[in-house]
Design a protein around this ligand. Structure first.
Ligand code: SF4
Length: 429
C-alpha cells in the first residue's frame, strides 16, 4: 500500500508531500522526506507493552495497570509537573491542559528550553510574520540568523527558499538572495550569497548597527561591530532595503545566546524598520514537530503559551519560576509526567538529579534517555505515523496529519483521556 501526501512528524516544517510505502504493517520505503524524516518513518525497536520499575528490573504490566498507576501517582503529588508536549498532537495537548487544571499541576512544553525567549519578545512587540507559502512565492531575500537549516530543517531550503521556485520568482536560485548570519561557517553558510560571521554574543550589537544604518545613521557606527566590518553591515542593510520582499528566519543561535529575548525584540524592531522601506517579515525556525501547536493550544486554553501553574486554582504564568527546568532545579515538584519529549537528553544535571528522586511516568513509543528515570513507561502510537491528529507548522498553519500505519497501540490522547477519567473517578469518590 502506498500512502500519498503524508505529513512528516519530525521537524517544524511538517512537509506534507511524503509518500510512504507500507508492507505487512511496516514502512518499507519513504519518498520525498529528508534523512531525518525517513529515519522517523522507518523507526524500529518500539516498546511492546507498558513497563513498571521493580527494584533494579522492569516488569511488564497491562495498559489498565499503567494508566491506574500513572493517574494515582499524579493525583497523590502536591506539585505535579506535566512536561513535553511538542512531539504530540493538539488533541493530546488539550487533554494535558485539562489534566493539569484538574490536579492543580504545572504544565510546561519544550519551548521553555528553545524558543521561549522568542515568544516573550513577540508578547512585547508583536510578530510581523507570514506563511511559508508567501515566502516561497514572493521573497527575493531570505536571511537565516543563528540557524542552520541544512542540518536541522533540511527541506526548508528546497521547499521554500534557496531552491524553491515561486509564483513571482521563476528562477529562485538566481533571483533570490540568501544571507546567513552566524558565529561559525555552517553548511548553510556555504550555499549563501553572503555570510556574516559574528563574534559569539555579538548578535544584539549587530542588530543595533543594522537598525542604525536602516535609519540613515551609518556614520555613527564603529569600523567593526562584533567582528563584522561596517562595509559589510552597510552592504547587508542595502540588500535588505532594496529587496522587494525579505524574510528573516532565526534559530536558537539568536534566541538562546547572550541577549536572549532582547535579541529577538531587536530583530523584530529591525524588521519593522525595514518595512518602512520595503516589505519584511520574521519568523522562528521552530524545531520540534508540533512545538508551535503546544504554544497555540496552551494559549487558547489558558491565555499563556508555556510554563502554566494551576496550583492557585487559576492559570498563573511566570517564565523562570513556573518553567520545568526551574521547578526541577528547585526540587519543587514531587511527580512528573513526560509526554512527547526526552528531557533527560537535554536538561541540566541538577534537574535530572531531582527527576531521579521522584516518580516519573513517560508516554513514548521508544525507550530513550528519560526511560532510565521512569517508574512507568507507557508505549503509545507514534504521533503522525500510527496516530492522526492536528499539528501546527512552524508558520502557525494547522495541518491535519495522516495515519500511515494501523497498529494496536493507543495514542497519547487515548492514554491521557483514560488517565483523566481515572483521576475524575478517584476525585469523585
Ligand atoms: Fe520531515 Fe523536517 Fe525533513 Fe520535512 S524537513 S521531511 S518535516 S524532517
Amino acid at each position: 500500500m502506498i500512502v500519498k501526501d503524508a505529513v512528516c512528524p519530525f521537524c517544524g516544517c511538517l512537509c506534507d508531500d511524503i509518500e510512504v510505502e507500507v508492507e505487512e504493517g511496516r514502512v518499507v520505503a519513504v519518498t520525498n522526506a529528508c534523512e531525518l524524516g525517513t529515519t522517523k518513518f522507518m523507526g524500529e525497536k518500539r516498546m511492546k507493552n507498558p513497563i513498571l520499575r521493580d527494584g533494579d528490573r522492569w516488569k511488564d504490566i497491562t495498559y489498565d495497570e499503567a494508566v491506574r498507576y500513572a493517574a494515582d501517582v499524579l493525583l497523590e503529588a502536591e506539585r505535579p509537573l506535566l512536561y513535553g508536549w511538542s512531539g504530540t498532537h493538539g488533541e493530546a495537548q488539550c487533554v494535558g491542559v485539562h489534566m493539569a487544571e484538574l490536579i492543580r499541576g504545572v504544565i510546561d512544553n519544550t519551548s521553555s528550553v528553545c524558543h521561549g525567549p522568542s515568544i516573550l519578545a513577540i508578547q512585547e512587540v508583536g510578530h510581523p510574520g507570514c506563511t511559508l507559502g508567501v515566502v516561497k512565492n514572493r521573497a527575493d531575500l531570505v536571511i537565516y540568523w543563528g540557524s542552520n537549516p541544512i542540518d536541522a530543517h533540511p527541506r526548508h531550503l528546497s521547499r521554500y527558499t534557496r531552491y524553491a521556485e515561486g509564483f513571482f520568482l521563476e528562477n529562485a536560485f538566481r533571483d533570490r538572495k540568501v544571507i546567513v548570519i552566524d558565529v561559525r561557517k555552517t553548511e548553510t553558510a556555504n550555499i549563501a550569497d553572503e555570510f556574516v560571521q559574528i563574534r559569539p554574543g555579538g548578535d544584539y550589537a549587530v542588530l543595533s548597527a543594522l537598525r542604525a544604518i536602516v535609519q540613515g545613521k551609518a556614520d555613527t557606527i564603529p569600523r567593526t561591530v562584533a567582528g563584522v566590518t561596517r562595509e559589510q553591515l552597510v552592504r547587508v542593510a542595502n540588500l535588505c532595503m532594496n529587496a522587494k520582499f525579505g524574510a528573516v528566519y532565526f534559530g536558537l543561535g539568536l534566541t538562546m545566546t547572550q541577549g536572549k529575548y532582547k535579541n529577538i525584540r531587536n530583530a523584530i524592531e529591525l524588521v519593522s524598520e525595514l518595512s518602512r522601506h520595503t516589505k519584511f517579515t520574521i519568523s522562528a525556525m521552530r524545531g520540534h514537530y508540533n512545538v508551535y501547536g503546544s504554544n497555540e493550544v496552551n494559549t487558547w486554553m489558558t491565555g499563556y503559551p508555556f510554563g502554566i501553574d494551576f496550583s492557585r486554582g487559576i492559570a498563573f504564568y511566570n517564565p523562570g519560576e513556573t518553567t520545568a527546568v526551574d521547578i526541577l532545579a528547585r526540587k519543587e515538584c514531587d511527580a512528573a509526567l513526560i509526554v512527547g519529549s526526552d528531557p533527560a537528553a537535554h536538561f541540566p544535571r541538577k534537574c535530572l538529579e531531582h527527576l531521579a528522586d521522584i516518580p516519573v511516568v513517560q508516554l513514548d513509543p521508544y525507550p530513550n534517555a528519560t526511560t532510565a528515570f521512569c517508574n512507568v513507561q507507557i508505549p503509545v502510537a507514534v504521533t503522525g505515523i500510527d496516530a492522526e491528529g492536528t499539528a501546527y507548522r512552524m508558520d502557525g498553519v494547522p495541518i491535519r496529519t495522516r495515519k500511515v500505519l494501523s497498529t494496536d497501540y493507543l495514542s497519547d490522547e487515548e492514554v491521557l483521556a483514560r488517565m483523566y477519567a481515572r483521576m475524575q473517578e478517584v476525585l469523585e469518590q
